[in-house]
Design a protein around this ligand. Sequence first.
Ligand code: NAP
Length: 321
Amino acid sequence: MKAIRVNEFGGAEVLKLEETPDLKPGPGQVLVRVKAAGVNPVDTYIRTGTYGARKPALPFTPGMDGAGIVESVGTGVTRVKAGDRVYLADSISGTYAELALCSEAQAHALPGKVSFAQGAAVWVPYATAYRALFQMAHAKAGETVLVHGASGGVGVAAVQIARAAGLRVIGTGGTEQGRKLVLEQGAHFAVDHRGGDYLAEVLVHTGGQGVNVILEMLANVNLGKVLPILARNGRVVVIGSRGPVEINPRDLMGRDARIIGMSLLTAPPEDAAGIRSALAAGMENGTLRPVVGREMPLADAAKAHTAIMEGGALGKIVLIP
Ligand code: NAP
């Protein structure tokens, strides 16, 4: 089978398309013919070998998100069978490949109305958005949420989920096309995080009351400046950060406000089970509608890694084996 392999940690150029031996499922494992693999920023951090939470042994195939058809199952597997459409919530062997091995717990039914490319955009983005909104911020209907970085994978997911749950949604995008997408996905307002005093504009959209919840995609740039636009009892969930940042704790103190860090990778099993149930319901009732901005051939994995870090996001980038 063909797979993207990382033989040494480094830049995007270390991603190479290689011929590797076919995989066979062991007991409790599922082999999936991958139809689409989702590209996430975390894949690029892992590729460099500097990401503390996950440093695979070399060589390895990257990718935590994917969707496809079950090829075969190992002994003891009862929840899925050959021929089933599934999305993957992480895998054992990596999803940037024609075949991916996963545990039974990582393979989940993909309804017929959700395409494989969309299925490859389900787990990391939607699980992160759901966990941030409900398991971390405990967001409630009627509250206002600022999705700070709403045009990308997690942001689009957060906008859709928050809107369906009755929140007032303000999303940011760095391009006109991105902001158009954010509005199309359900945001009440979209503002430009690359332009002037856009946080003052956010405050105006709350009638000066401040936002109850902020989902922060780039905390190292934004954390210090978003705290003053929080409402009383406001919560900031740090989803993405690429370095240190300075804050003024008094911006929190006067508001009884909180900053909450989160990582999907370390979610306890009971939380992950809750997320999977919510995602299944969202796919069934149509509130979960992954947006695929770009499909690229598997061989272009290096270009996809460069593209996802360049900005100008429009939903997800997926690789097609
Ligand atoms: P993505 O698809 O690449 O999207 C990145 C988003 O950030 C885009 O909406 C982008 O907008 C926006 N952005 C760029 N500059 C910004 C700024 N100055 N202020 C606010 N937003 C800005 O990435 P993603 O998959 O949505 O992930 C977003 C972040 O969350 C990444 O850092 C990722 O590593 C992290 N993440 C963390 C977890 C976790 O468990 N904690 C899970 C998933 C993702 P434009 O491109 O329109 O400028």
